[in-house]
Design a protein around this ligand. Structure first.
Ligand SMILES: Nc1ncnc2c1ncn2[C@@H]1O[C@H](COP(=O)(O)OP(=O)(O)OP(=O)(O)O)[C@@H](O)[C@H]1O
Length: 312
């Protein structure tokens, strides 16, 4: 058996005339923190549901732990934890009672359950509040507890469908930090979906991008940022953003995109083009350049670029 927790080959799913997923092939090695990125309706949740055997594929195949999620669904789901659309929490119960309830569902021995609860709630800074009713908690705290619930029985694979959806940026960042803490010690494979690209860049070591049901990119976040092949230059100074200057820059060869962001310019250059021509044009047109920073496009820029290419 190979080291892949998930493999799918030319996977497809239709809902009536809608082709929700088409020809999706990927391999996710054990221990990965995989992020599936994509806009609304691109097929992220459908992919998870196929992997959990909650939907039957119309084309291709999917295997999880080498098992078929349809014919061996129970065996697959026993080894998985999932946080899907709903948190699965009971608001009228305390955090402790919620986890006790799920521990019983998973037939966890009482001592093991207590130790696991302490471990998870401790890492999530919720241990001291375990006796409180979940209904009175903030959304961020509930979401943390829902992650603990999904991980309670030490599943080898955890699906988190948009775990930070609806959280403010501070709560989202806190949850991501907690996720990283948990993941480090769990040795589980994590499969999460998100719209938030900078979050995926921080948390994931493998990412895939879905668009209209098709996997248009797959690899490490770094590979993905390089897949667009372009460099980005941030230029700081004075008089940079006059529309006449922007027009001139946009007309230069090898300049893909020019954007004025606040008081500085963000310029995307084709391949390995050096910014010399850009700087010269700026200076000749009356701008003063203080600082030039050259970098690879970040995941957000690469993602948007991929979306644009697919739209072209
Ligand atoms: N049970 C269903 N019946 C009919 N259409 C469905 C069903 N489930 C999903 N779809 C459609 O399939 C497409 C993909 O949906 P899916 O929920 O997988 O997208 P998503 O990427 O998870 O979106 P979001 O980010 O908004 O949650 C959408 O057009 C959706 O309306």
């Amino acid at each position: 058996m190979n080291n892949n927790t998930i493999e799918c080959k030319q996977l497809g799913k239709n809902f009536g005339a809608l082709r929700a997923l088409q020809n999706v092939s990927m391999q996710i090695p054990a221990g990965s923190v995989f992020g599936l990125l994509g806009p609304n309706g691109s097929g992220k949740t459908t992919t998870i549901r196929l992997m959990l055997g909650l939907l039957q594929p119309d084309a291709g195949s999917v295997s999880v732990f080498g098992l078929d999620p349809i014919s061996q669904g129970d065996a697959v789901r026993e080894q998985c934890g999932a946080l899907l659309e709903h948190t699965g929490l009971y608001e009228r119960l305390s955090a402790e009672d919620n986890l006790n309830f799920y521990g019983q569902i998973w037939h966890m021995p009482q001592r093991e359950l207590q130790a696991r609860m302490q471990e998870l709630l401790g890492k999530l800074d919720l241990w001291d509040r375990r006796k409180e009713l979940v209904g009175n908690w903030s959304r961020g705290m509930k979401q943390k507890l829902a992650v603990a619930r999904a991980m309670l029985h030490q599943p080898k694979l955890v699906f988190l469908d948009e775990p930070t959806a609806g959280l403010d940026p501070v709560a989202a960042a806190a949850l991501n930090n907690d996720l990283l803490k948990l993941v480090k010690d769990e040795q589980a494979t994590i499969f999460l979906t998100t719209h938030n690209l900078s979050e995926a860049e921080k948390v994931c070591n493998l990412v895939g991008v879905l668009r209209k049901g098709q996997l248009i990119a797959f690899g490490g976040p770094h590979t993905l940022t390089q897949s667009t092949g372009n460099a980005v230059v941030d230029i700081f100074g004075q008089n940079l953003t006059a529309s006449a200057i922007l027009e001139k820059l946009r007309g230069l060869p090898h300049v893909q995109q020019v954007e004025a962001v606040d008081d500085h310019l963000v310029i995307e250059l084709e391949g390995k083009t050096e910014p010399a021509e850009v700087i010269k044009t700026l200076v000749m047109n009356g701008a003063a350049v203080d600082e030039v920073r050259r970098r690879q496009a970040d995941l957000e820029e690469s993602f948007l670029k991929l979306m644009e290419e697919e739209n072209a």
